[in-house]
Design a protein around this ligand. Structure first.
Ligand code: ADP
Ligand code: MG
Length: 276
């Protein structure tokens, strides 16, 4: 494998797009896997009640498992819920359980309801330090497809937003709404947040439309869009049913190679170069 540079400080990236089915979870688990395989310390926070990231990474997340729900609602330390990915060294996961579906509502009446994930991550960084564990290099937060309090918690906890964009007709329309929401967060809750990375996903090279959308997104966001793009690939969609990332499931497939390439770009260009 390729050796990738360690960031100077932990990079907190939320993988967000209020549309469902655009490749948020697939991007989260595969970028995380690629960086971990390259020797970096990676934590994935699954805050989607569906728990798809937990599934793809082979992490138990039935209703009895202590999860990110307990961290957000019951003040359980993150260190109590973080599990190790069985197939990938250096990759840990805070799983989501179905209880998270109620968290949107339960959070409303809690103190510091927008800051709870951020505080948990700050405490966890201290915990690792006190216990002589290596500093985390990357934290990825896999968001649900909505702008509720769970996603707001992710925006407040993160410094960078990674937006996966499906190369289809409505992509840009959805994007402008997402960017407006991010501006609101920047203004009121997290001035440090920046859209650092855009990844074009499910790219179908046979259609003109995909090429058109891709070039339009690149024109609007020349500094954010990764050169690597993720093709539509059966191997990518098969991997989760084996509780795998495509990188562990079929490491020489075009899907795996494209995610490895995207992860290398993220690591090599660093966090500070591409502020919007
Ligand atoms: P989201 O988290 O945004 O809802 P997912 O990552 O779960 O989206 O992707 C939605 C569906 O599309 C899943 O079934 C996933 O396996 C599939 N998928 C994601 N990326 C690709 C791709 N590049 N090629 C083919 N299928 C994909
Ligand atoms: Mg998802």
């Amino acid at each position: 494998g390729r050796k990738l540079p360690k960031p100077d400080t932990t990079r907190y990236m939320t993988v967000s797009n209020q549309k469902g089915g655009v490749g948020k979870t697939t991007t989260t688990v595969n970028i995380a896997a690629a960086l971990a395989i390259a020797g970096l310390n990676v934590l994935v926070i699954d805050i989607d009640p569906q728990g798809n990231a937990s599934t793809a990474l082979g992490i138990e997340h039935h209703a009895d498992v202590d999860s990110i729900y307990d961290v957000l609602i019951n003040d359980l330390p993150l260190s109590d819920v973080v599990a190790t990915c069985p197939d990938i060294d250096n990759l840990t996961v805070a799983p989501a359980t179905i209880h998270l579906a109620g968290a949107e509502i339960e959070l409303v009446s809690l103190v510091a309801r927008e800051q709870r994930l951020r505080r948990a991550l700050e405490q966890y960084a201290l915990y690792r330090d006190e216990n002589d564990m290596d500093r985390l290099d990357y934290v990825f937060i896999d968001c649900p497809p909505s702008l509720g309090l769970l996603t707001v918690n992710a925006f407040v906890a993160a410094r960078e937003v990674l937006i996966p964009i499906q190369c289809e007709y409505y992509a840009l329309e959805g994007l402008s709404q997402l960017l407006k929401n991010i501006e609101m967060i920047q203004k009121h809750l997290n001035a440090d947040l920046t859209v650092s990375t855009i990844l074009l996903t499910m790219y179908d090279g046979r259609t003109n439309l995909a090429a058109q959308v891709a070039s339009e997104v690149r024109e609007h966001f020349p500094n954010q869009v990764l050169k690597a793009l993720i093709p539509r690939s059966v191997r990518i969609s098969e991997a989760p049913s084996y509780q795998q990332t495509v990188i562990t499931y079929d490491s020489s497939s075009t899907g795996a190679l494209s995610y490895l390439e995207a992860a290398a770009e993220i690591a090599e260009r660093g966090s500070s170069l591409h502020r919007s």
